[in-house]
Design a protein around this ligand. Structure first.
Ligand code: SF4
Length: 102
């Protein structure tokens, strides 16, 4: 189980979540291993169509990121995301890290 970042993050990339994750498992929007460093300082134009992702293999489900997101893009689990109609987001989070959600 992992927290999942949904489509509300697309174009927003607030980055508040990056500052609180104790295991630095939130990455993107381009690099899969820079803990979102590349996300900071992006212009609004550069953020278009992009989002952050949580590595499902590394997330310890602490919940610290969820309240930090101003657009409530973060779901408690794959199940919660799917229940909210965000199945695509679940797959995107996994696939960004070369993983597959079953
Ligand atoms: Fe990081 Fe905790 Fe959020 Fe998982 S739930 S992405 S470990 S802050």
């Amino acid at each position: 189980m992992s927290y999942i970042i949904g489509k509300a993050c697309i174009g927003c990339i607030d980055t508040g979540c990056l500052n609180v994750c104790p295991v630095d498992c939130i990455h993107g929007p381009i690099k899969t291993d820079d803990s979102g460093v590349g996300a900071k300082g992006l212009s609004d134009e550069e953020k278009q169509g992009k989002q952050l992702y949580i590595n499902p293999d590394d997330c310890i489900n602490c919940g610290a990121c969820e309240p930090e997101c101003p657009v409530t893009a973060i779901y408690h689990s794959e199940k919660d995301a799917i229940r909210a109609g965000e199945e695509e987001a679940v797959h995107k989070n996994y696939e960004f890290f070369g993983l597959k959600f079953n």
